[in-house]
Design a protein around this ligand. Structure first.
Ligand code: ZN
Length: 613
């Protein structure tokens, strides 16, 4: 499944620790006029930001749909202007530092500080430089090509899509290595600019009162930043046993396919053999990993094959996604969604194809920007992106600073919790499958899903573990790639296929690093997705194995979901979570419940074989 970026208003979709330390006597004595002044200030700031966000979103939309020299500059100028306005507001908000205020106002003031993933540095020349750097890194990623010389001397160039196809489809180790190495080479020239960007983002974060930009990102979770690190580590420990079993099993299959010379039987997995440029989603190597279905039953129809064979169009796929949400009781998408979105890759121009969901002119101008192909992966991505759009619309009546996910993992998890409900029975219900596959194929289907969901977990945690260290100044640019692979090795047990050097910049070959999009949200989302899904299944009255549940058509589930979505970021995330699930903690047991039959099966397959690396 694609972990997709989301462009939303100004919002980094963050919440923050509201702070519950007891007030000093002098603070308690502070008069009501400070409260009134803070409220007036915040109301005015929100009005200002709401207006500015529309212009910013339009500039962003155009620049990502038409990547040119000029649109890039216009988008950068719009970002610079908003960053400057935000900086002014954050500076003005300082007058409320240390003043006793009701918790809700304190919280809005902190939300104001967390609006940008990279706040503007104090110096205006630096601020302009940072926005230009940010826009340039983003656009360079969209334009990147790997040009390999051909025997005749002319270069043949391939873009990200082309190279992703190679990783997904080729089983020739030389072709895989060539594509992997070629893509990662495209990031090398961006390393020094990225390092400069980090320095400028840190200057902005420090001016806003944080130790560095990473500490600022960690402040967005309604708890002290260190407690958030502990939550992430706890969730990882909960899911790690499943990952270890999956890793061990996949290694056996890769050894069988490529030989022990290429895949060390007790060691790490060479990342170029995992079906994906970043090794984050192994579902494309299901043909190598998943054993053949038993002759009796098993298997079941392949969604990609059905979509291709029936020539289902991008719009039809989107309509199916929309229908899932309307079946829960949500209103259908506005006509402008269909008029203004981008659904397929244009033939004649460069666009940022990385899927994203947008709302431009609050409250009704919802869009997606995707290059849809008839595949099961795109089908799920559609449900994911629409989750963002339905969330946007659900909280549209909240004040501007509360127009965000309860925490940023929530935003990513909604659509994926819907996508889990895209079960074979559901696909049969909507007429894509002729029959529901028998239960005998369930374990292998769970294995297929784990190649996406469980394989992703260590990757999801690693990007920001790396970035937190980079922002904290613990990793020099010539150590960026070395440290990257240390973390990827220790969490995920994967390694680069060839030696890496100090000039390489492998993290920059991932969109969210080039585009400066925080990533821990995707790890949280992976946990929350199953937690939401389990709660929605229960609301729908589903019994039986969790993985077979679909709550399509359940108005009861829809009401629970809508109640949480409408809150936006107006309450600390544990309250929002409890609205849907009854739980106040993020909890990986739903993910483990879902994959329980697979865990038993994997342990049996791995009996006597090495586990770990
Ligand atoms: Zn997303």
């Amino acid at each position: 499944m694609n972990r997709t970026g989301t462009s939303v208003a100004l919002v980094s979709a963050a919440l923050l620790w509201a702070g519950v330390a007891p007030l000093a006597a002098w603070q308690r004595a502070a008069d009501d006029s400070a409260t009134a002044a803070a409220r007036r200030f915040l109301d005015a700031a929100e009005k200002d930001l709401a207006i500015r966000s529309v212009g910013l979103n339009r500039a962003g939309w155009i620049s990502e749909n038409f990547i040119t020299h000029d649109t890039e500059l216009l988008a950068a100028a719009a970002q610079a202007e908003v960053a400057l306005a935000l900086k002014r507001l954050v500076d003005q908000a300082r007058r409320f530092d240390g003043v006793a205020l009701p918790a809700a106002l304190r919280r809005r003031l902190l939300l104001l500080k967390l609006q940008l993933a990279a706040p503007a540095p104090p110096d205006s020349v630096d601020a302009l430089e940072m926005t230009l750097l940010g826009a340039g890194l983003d656009a360079d990623y969209g334009r990147a090509r790997y040009c390999a010389p051909t025997p005749r001397g002319a270069a043949s160039c391939r873009n990200l899509d082309d190279l992703e196809h190679v990783l997904a489809q080729s089983r020739n180790p030389d072709s895989l290595l060539d594509a992997w190495r070629g893509w990662h080479a495209t990031a090398v020239p961006t390393r020094d600019r990225y390092a400069r960007f980090v320095a400028l983002a840190n200057a902005g974060a420090r001016a806003a009162g944080f130790a560095d930009a990473g500490a600022m990102w960690r402040a967005g979770y309604d708890m002290p930043p260190d407690s958030f690190v502990a939550v992430v580590d706890r969730l990882w420990q909960e899911v790690r046993p499943l990952y270890l079993q999956l890793h061990a099993y996949v290694r056996q299959r890769l050894v069988a396919r490529y030989g022990a010379a290429l895949v060390p039987p007790r060691g790490m997995l060479p990342v170029h053999l995992l079906g994906n440029l970043w090794g984050q989603d192994w579902s494309t190597i299901a043909d190598v990993v998943v054993p053949a279905a038993p002759a009796q039953g098993g298997g079941g129809p392949d969604l990609t094959a059905v979509l291709k064979q029936r020539q289902v169009s991008a719009v039809e796929m989107l309509r199916m996604g929309e229908r899932f949400y309307t079946s829960l009781g949500f209103d259908s998408l506005p006509a402008t969604f269909w008029e203004r979105s981008l659904f397929v890759r244009p033939r004649d121009r460069d666009v940022v194809c990385h899927a994203s969901a947008w709302y431009i002119d609050d409250p009704t101008d919802l869009r997606v920007k995707m290059c849809i192909e008839p595949t099961a992966d795109a089908f799920r991505t559609i449900h994911h992106e629409l989750g963002h759009d339905f969330y946007f619309r659900s909280y549209k009546n909240q004040p501007f600073l509360y127009q965000a996910g309860a925490n940023d993992g929530f935003h990513e998890a909604i659509g994926d919790a819907i996508a889990l409900s895209v079960t074979p029975r559901y696909l049969q219900t909507i007429g894509l499958f002729d029959s529901e596959p028998p239960a005998t194929g369930d374990t292998l289907e769970l294995l297929r899903q784990a190649l996406d969901h469980a394989a992703f977990l260590p990757f999801g945690i690693t990007i920001d573990k790396w970035r937190w260290e980079v922002f904290a100044g613990k990793v020099a640019p010539d150590q960026y790639t070395k440290r990257w692979w240390e973390l990827r090795g220790s969490y995920g047990g994967v390694m680069p296929p060839v030696a890496r050097g100090p000039t390489d910049f492998d993290p920059g070959a991932k969109y969210h690093v080039a585009g400066n999009v925080p990533y821990m949200r995707y790890f949280l989302a992976q946990v929350l997705e199953f937690q939401f899904y389990r709660a929605l299944c229960r609301a729908a009255g589903s019994s039986g194995p969790l993985y077979r549940c679909s709550y399509y058509g359940s108005k009861a589930a829809g009401r629970r979901l809508a109640a949480m979505l409408e809150l936006g970021a107006s309450r600390p995330w544990p309250e929002a979570l409890a609205t849907l699930t009854g739980q106040r903690e993020m909890d990986a047991t739903a993910l483990l419940d879902y994959f329980q039959p697979l865990m038993v099966w994997l342990e049996r397959q791995n009996r006597g074989a090495p586990v770990g690396w």
